[in-house]
Design a binder for this molecule. Structure first.
Ligand SMILES: Nc1ncnc2c1ncn2[C@@H]1O[C@H](COP(=O)(O)OP(=O)(O)OP(=O)(O)O)[C@@H](O)[C@H]1O
Ligand SMILES: [Mg+2]
Length: 401
């Protein structure tokens, strides 16, 4: 879950020196009316009513309290069907015992480790089976020191437990026992987009063009669903590591620990602590703490450039002045010849420049400094789908001759 830095707005927005090493901290927001992440103080332990329940250390007996807190509606609408998705009035999640998840992951055996993020370690597990033939799941286990990840854990349950869309990762259930907080997801066979774009080793094959486009479209559909739902949902942590891929490279967005219900279109949330991931966060959010749905569009633009260029949003191995991709890449996105210079060398010439160029221009629009100047995710999705359709048509036409 992606909290990589935090700092009060209106101060130096440079993340350097303000990185939270454990990757988890808490924001105080003014979004009190939305019922999600609404701490009354900046304290990390007073975010939810349920925090005091947990802090009392009453063990498994507290699960019912936390469950009622989880099931309290945070969405104003009863349900919403939008672009193939659905928001349920209450979550329908399975509550796992710690023993079940211990058994599923062979006691969190190191060789079941899938990765590690700010929240904790992620293990592969098998449900309802004594051998490895049960349903594969990913089990995310909070770093056990303290309760710092509680807010994110609960936000994940409140959001993802009720959101259904083919491009959002499915949360299957959770576990809260003693000091253990865990989340159980559908297992995503191909891991993260980050791994495929930037991973090293013989097992990592360069992503071909058509899959890059498919992934971009899937991720855009997921974000578009969130933004166009009855109450806009601002995702807030869009980045390559939070785009997971199933066995057919269908993209699914994961990690709703930082998500917020949106204000009306012209307004923004104001966070007193800005949280997100350097390199992906929109400038207005970094500088003022104001958060819009269009702040997500900026993050999407960064990922689009990563997909085109194979360059990380932030890479301190690049020369000085080039660490942050968005700082130097923009002029390359408006010129077909310049664009060639930054395209991922792993693609070679196996990409249609007729498709790459409009995508680069689209990325540039997403990266506009002013949120108002950025396209909506619905528009972004339609443009990408149009580019895909015309690429396929060209291939068909070429095949006919
Ligand atoms: N449902 C899943 N199926 C398969 N692998 C997963 C799943 N969820 C997470 N992973 C793996 O675990 C890794 C760590 O995920 P996690 O979300 O904890 O951290 P992150 O996305 O890298 O960083 P952050 O904490 O900033 O979100 C991912 O990169 C991915 O490889
Ligand atoms: Mg993640």
């Amino acid at each position: 879950m992606g909290i990589c830095w935090s700092y009060p707005p209106n101060k130096d927005p440079t993340p350097t020196g303000t990185v939270t090493p454990a990757g988890i901290s808490h924001s105080q927001t003014t979004s009190g009316s939305y019922g999600i992440s609404t701490p009354t103080t900046a304290s990390t332990t007073t975010t939810f009513n349920s925090v005091s329940t947990i802090s009392s250390g009453s063990g498994t007996g507290s699960s019912s309290n936390i469950s009622s807190s989880i099931s309290r509606s945070n969405f104003s609408s009863v349900s919403d069907y939008s672009i193939g998705g659905q928001i349920l009035p209450t979550s329908n999640l399975r509550i796992f015992t710690f023993a079940e998840l211990k058994a599923a992951t062979k006691n969190f055996k190191p060789d079941t480790l899938l990765g590690e993020g700010g929240f904790g370690k992620v293990y592969k597990g098998w449900l309802d089976s004594k051998n490895s033939s049960g349903t594969a799941v990913a089990v995310k286990k909070l770093n056990s020191e303290g309760y710092q990840g509680l807010e994110e854990w609960q936000s994940e349950i409140n959001f993802l437990g009720r959101l259904y869309h083919p491009n959002l990762v499915k949360l299957l259930g959770y576990c809260y026992e003693e000091t253990e907080l865990l989340l159980v997801y559908e297992y995503m066979q191909k891991g993260s987009l980050e791994h495929h774009l930037f991973g090293r080793g013989a097992s990592v094959q360069p992503l071909p063009w058509d899959l890059r486009l498919k992934i971009a479209i899937g991720a855009a559909a997921g974000l578009s669903f969130l933004h166009t739902s009855d109450r806009e949902i601002i995702y807030r942590d869009f980045k390559a590591s939070n785009i997971l891929l199933d066995g057919s490279y269908n993209a699914k967005i994961s990690d709703f620990g930082l998500a917020k219900l949106g204000p009306s279109a012209s307004q923004s949330h104001l966070s007193t602590t800005v949280m997100g991931t350097p390199g992906y966060a929109a400038p207005e959010y970094m500088q003022t703490g104001h958060l819009y749905v269009k702040s997500d569009v900026y993050g999407f633009g960064v990922v689009l450039v990563e997909i085109l260029s194979g360059q990380r949003a932030i890479d301190t191995n690049r020369p000085t002045g080039y660490h942050s991709l968005t700082d130097w890449v923009k002029p390359f996105l408006h010129d077909k010849r310049k664009l060639k210079k930054i395209m991922d060398p792993h693609l070679g010439d196996k990409y249609p420049s007729k498709a790459a160029f409009p995508i680069a221009k689209l990325a540039s629009k997403c990266l506009a400094p002013e949120p108002k100047m950025r396209p909506s995710m619905k528009d972004v999705l339609e443009i990408l789908q149009g580019i895909q359709a015309s690429t396929n048509k060209n291939v068909e036409v070429r095949g006919d001759h």
